[in-house]
Design a protein. Structure first.
Length: 163
């Protein structure tokens, strides 16, 4: 018999889930490790036009994106992968990657990481969001981000791409 907490089916509506400001992006958690027995995390991301995260790699997690709206160029292991609505992107654990959101409109994706745990990194590097909109600016403390990343098996390898 398992000691895992009891789980219940649920529907998490479009405007439901814990929301965080993370690197100037709105992140809404749809499924966490606590709800999936540590198997995966699902988060809805809303990235502003022109946004790019630092080049990084996840040491333990595969990271996947299902694009709901907008478009971006995902860069991983020397490849440039264009993705738009309905496209699915896989960024395997251990490979350096980043992405660059097109300048025209925000990028809205479902981000899936397996195993779970990304939600802890986003909470450590971000802060609770009280409104579901993009912020006016994207403040990021590189030292705080690097510290949170090192605590969650993520290596920050370089700055965000410019283009």
């Amino acid at each position: 018999m398992s000691n895992a907490p009891a789980r219940s089916p649920y529907v998490r509506r479009e405007d439901e889930g814990e929301s965080l400001w993370f690197l100037g992006n709105l992140v809404t958690l749809k499924a966490t490790g606590a709800e999936t027995r540590g198997r995966l995390t699902v988060a809805e991301f809303l990235n502003p036009p022109g946004f790019a995260p630092p080049v990084h790699r996840h040491l333990e997690e595969d990271e996947m994106f299902y694009v709901l709206s907008g478009s971006a160029e995902f860069r991983c292991d020397g490849l440039a992968l264009r993705a738009g609505p309905g496209d699915f992107v896989l960024l395997p654990a251990g490979l350096p990657h980043t992405f660059l959101v097109d300048a025209v409109e925000p990028l809205r994706t479902l981000q899936i990481t397996t195993p779970a745990g990304f939600e802890h990194f986003a909470a450590a590097a971000g802060e609770p969001a009280r409104e579901r909109r993009l912020p006016d600016e994207a403040p990021a403390d590189p030292a705080a981000l690097g510290h949170a990343a090192s605590q969650h098996a993520i290596e920050v390898l370089g700055p965000p791409p410019l283009h």
